[in-house]
Design a protein around this ligand. Sequence first.
Ligand code: FAD
Length: 378
Amino acid sequence: MSSLNIAIVGAGIGGLCAAIALRTAGHQVTVYEQAKAFMRVGADINLTPNAVRALDGLGVAAGVRRSAARPTHRISRTWDSGEETSRLPMGDEAERLYGAPQLTIHRADLLAALAEAFPLEHIHFGKRLARAEPLGSGGVSLQFTDGSETAADVVVGADGIHSAVRTAMFGAEQPRFTGVVAYRAVVPATRLAHVPNLQAFTKWWGPEAHSQIVTFPLNQGKDIFIFSTTAQASWHLESWTTQGDVDELRAAYQGFHPDALALLEACDEVLKTALYERDPLPSWVSGSCVLLGDACHPMMPFMAQGAGQAIEDAVVLARCLAAAEEPAAVQAALLAYEAARLPRTSQIQIGSRGNQWLKAGGNADWVYGYDAWTVSAA
Ligand code: FAD
């Protein structure tokens, strides 16, 4: 089989998973990333069993488990009385049910585990895509802001919520500010020893639609991640590194149960970002360009599926392109990928926006039981 020359724009979670999967499928893959190097920024990621199973098939299971924690349960509690409204066993039980556990990990550690599985010399840093244009021959020309150019048979836009590839394919359209901000903090577990269920994923459901506190273990349980959201229409800054105000954080959750407040009390510092999203996109393919991850389905974090869906996309895209050589077969493969993935990610995007996931019931099978390696993608 003659391989395709595939350019991936973006070395985030989705881009690196696609790079590993497409290279394993026999293609020549080059990744173009705007950052100068991998940097330790980003949120701590809750990888649900569907995401972990997709990752395991990429051959990165050991690397991902090196620093990850393995939450014992997924619990919902009401903000004031603390009553448990849902409790799913995770860990071994998730592994038995879904073939993989839930893992919680810093985004940078996940990127490091993925980067180990792909040759560094095929990742070009400091390459910010400016334009992508179809070539008469059927391929795509890529132009970068440093003036350099390249061409590829297929371009994968894995360049996140502000995707330049998406703009080149479908025109400019800005993501929408949701009116919601997120706070993030990491605290040593020893400082929270008095809080119950510390090694579980717990979500405290607040009185307003987007008022919530989530906590889960990190670094094999040595640290505890605290993530909270609340409405704040005046704050528009989208950032992985901007410091928030700890007093403002605590003030936003007055009246919450003492177990939840104890989490906030333990925070010395906190990061703050505005949350943006988009509506489901009707098509992910234009000519030889295709999108995955946040480039085509950025979503609210309320089902913890943004990265998981990007990982699933990468696996299914590589499966669809595995045997494609001729332009007609490549087109068919890209459309098969879109058909296999778009309904699921749209449902999850809309579900995340509604923020009711596992609030009071407990069946997570349609999300956690999905297997990107075997799902029909003809
Ligand atoms: P990104 O991670 O955004 O990567 C895009 C890459 O493309 C970046 O490296 C960027 O530098 C590069 N790039 C961008 N533009 C260009 C360009 N023009 N040229 C070249 N390179 C470019 N998901 C979960 O599954 N679980 C969670 O618990 C979770 N929690 C979250 C919490 C918060 C607060 C937020 C905001 C998101 C959360 N997510 C979570 C979502 C998750 O972070 C994203 O869905 C995921 O990172 C998307 O991966 P991606 O590879 O598609 O895009």
